[in-house]
Design a binder for this molecule. Structure first.
Ligand SMILES: Nc1nc2c(c(=O)[nH]1)N[C@H]1C(S)=C(S)[C@@H](COP(=O)(O)O)O[C@H]1N2
Ligand SMILES: [Mo]
Length: 213
């Protein structure tokens, strides 16, 4: 079932890329703002008060856990993977939303294909260089708009927004997107992340105001 979801995500991605070359993106619905959110024009920064500066020569992204091919990617290796761009809306649980964020990087489906999680793996646990972590069920994030992003608006992702690389999972509240991402661990059993152990919702759906557990 995950496999089908994964294939379907790749198919939609190809379709989206093709459409982007030929025609403008379709007009979105007007009820774009999830309940309880307000639109911001700026881009607030939320972190733990730590912004780890990792030289690119020392940066790595580890893909491990229940995978057939445990992988440690250098910055060069990461940059050599197929790169994609996706425009999405960003919803922070503290009630601000930002529209039309243009992220560039590597699709989670590409990393999934590389590491080859075993069928028992149903969760992803993201760990970051600042000690942050967050967890997501694969069926909720193995989609064509989930990226490990290294650019924002066509420029390298700034440190304050999680550079050099961060996860983006647009369909969920933004705390599910780990800034300064260091590892993605595929697990059979769910394991709560930094905010999830502190009372934030495990599922984090902005459309149902699924904010706190
Ligand atoms: N590593 C790390 N990732 C993180 C956080 C953090 O403190 N550390 N904060 C989360 C929260 S609560 C939000 S709302 C978004 C904020 O992203 P931004 O600072 O780019 O707006 O990052 C999420 N990812
Ligand atoms: Mo947040």
């Amino acid at each position: 079932m995950l496999k089908e979801r994964y294939i379907e995500a790749k198919r939609r991605w190809a379709q989206k890329q093709r459409a982007a070359g030929a025609a403008p993106r379709p007009v979105r619905s007007t009820d774009r703002l999830p309940p309880g959110q307000r639109l911001t024009e700026g881009f607030p920064v939320l972190d733990l008060g730590v912004r780890p500066e990792i030289p690119l020569s020392e940066w790595t992204l580890t893909l491990d856990g229940l995978v057939e091919s445990p992988t440690v990617l250098s910055w060069e290796q990461f940059g050599a993977l197929p790169q994609v761009e996706d425009v999405s809306d960003f919803h922070c649980v503290t009630t601000w939303s930002k529209y039309d964020c243009r992220w560039g990087g590597v699709a989670l489906t590409t990393l999934y294909e590389l590491a080859k999680p075993r069928p028992e793996a149903r969760f992803a646990y993201f760990s970051s260089y600042d000690g942050y972590s967050t967890n997501v069920a694969l069926e909720r994030c193995l989609d064509d708009d989930t990226l490990v992003a290294t650019s924002f608006d066509g420029a390298p992702l700034p440190l304050e927004h999680g550079g050099p690389a961060r996860a983006i999972i647009p369909k969920l509240y933004a705390w599910k997107g780990a800034k300064f991402v260091k590892a993605i661990t595929f697990l059979a059993e769910d394991k709560l992340g930094f905010w999830e152990v502190r009372g934030y919702s495990n599922t984090a759906d902005p459309w149902t105001e699924d904010r706190y557990a």
